[in-house]
Ligand binder design. Sequence first.
Ligand code: UD1
Length: 447
Amino acid sequence: MKILTVVGARPNFMKAAPILAAINEHNEKLAADSADQPARRRETIRHMLVHTGQHYDEFMSGSFFSDLNLPKPDIHLGIGSGSHAVQTAEIMKKFEQVLLTEEPDVVVLVGDVNSTLACALVASKISFDSIGSRPAIVHVEAGLRSFDRSMPEEINRILTDHVSDALFVTEESGNRNLLNEGVSLDKIHFVGNTMIDSLIKFRERAERSDILEKLGLLRQEGKNGESNSIIRYALLTLHRPSNVDNCYIFQNILEGLKELATEYPVVFPAHPRTQQRIKEFGFEFGPGAAERKHEKNERGSRNGCNGIILTDPLGYLDFLCLMKHATIVVTDSGGIQEETTFLRIPCVTVRDNTERPATVESGTNIIAGTTKEKVEAAIRRQMASEGSNKMPKKWDGQAATRIIDVLVSAYCGRAASRQSAICSSSGEAVSPSSRGSSGCAPSVLRL
Ligand code: UD1
């Protein structure tokens, strides 16, 4: 079986890494004890990693490959930034060529970014041969719904799910949503969350990060300052266009954080889009920022906040370390809502909805909205909360293994059966792309 996995943007890497690891594990087990396995499970998985290049710089992509032990992509499409239409269309054009050349049996797509949808559309319409063979489309993190179609990710999620052949679901709401939309039960597999697989695998390594020291979040203790303790701090991320592209909304969220920032340092690793807006809107952070706020820039005086420490986007291990030790996390990210649930860190989500209700049901996450008053109130509630011990089902580090088990049962032997289907089809010539090892010679087909 040949599997091709696509990654493109930052939140894809930690979701795909465990799948690659589970494929390696499958192949290693086969090499060790192939005689004990039933015939179809004895098939080695050949794997290719395709990076669309939607995210392309060291901060947003490169560092994640080293942190997560991801191999260098076999194919890099080099797409880069662009409008939604341009990005999606460029990925589609290049990915079609990849599929026609590689003819995988299975295409694995993760998450809800533009790369996910673009590749799903291509795979759903491609034809490798005279009988219209195409790869099976597998969507990991299927079924999540915010019910807010103004989010590009919601459109990506719905469309990807509806052209997929196998849907791997992270939380129970995903099962319900897909069934309500008429997806047939036999396509849906509730396996857990591969992003949590990564978190479990890498949390020890993240402890060795020196990010706390770098950001001055360690306090020397003991008579001679011989031991360190971590000071209380908050962690903030904002990148959704609906939050950061609008100066008024962005400023409101920052106002809602001011009270927290007077008590604790708030570490703010900012996405490139957010950094751009901060510059445009003339926001100031760090020591003296509040005092400088009356100095007008060309757009008028803007928010200033002393307690916020602005940094570049961080790598996976540094960010995981920061999340693990934070007193509270304020975010508009989808994935961080889930990671804080697993780590049992109080999270305030500055959005009006979530596609991940399990994080709210588990008691760690509050959906606050984006007004100053609501953000402030949610932060106060979380700072006073007792915490929670509830964990969503199957968030146990085994999601990727479950996925590979399903794929092996469903799709191993697919290449051979495709070849025999072509052989038995009514005298059509085999296309060059459908050559394989099934033993059906083209001369037989020409009869
Ligand atoms: C994308 C995803 C979003 C995800 C987010 C995580 C879609 C629709 N959105 O949004 O779901 O939460 O990634 O980061 O796919 N940029 C860089 N360097 C990079 C990549 C981007 O500087 O490596 C800058 C560019 O100026 C670009 C902007 O960031 O215009 C936005 O990047 P883009 O991929 O269009 O979308 P994100 O906002 O990152």
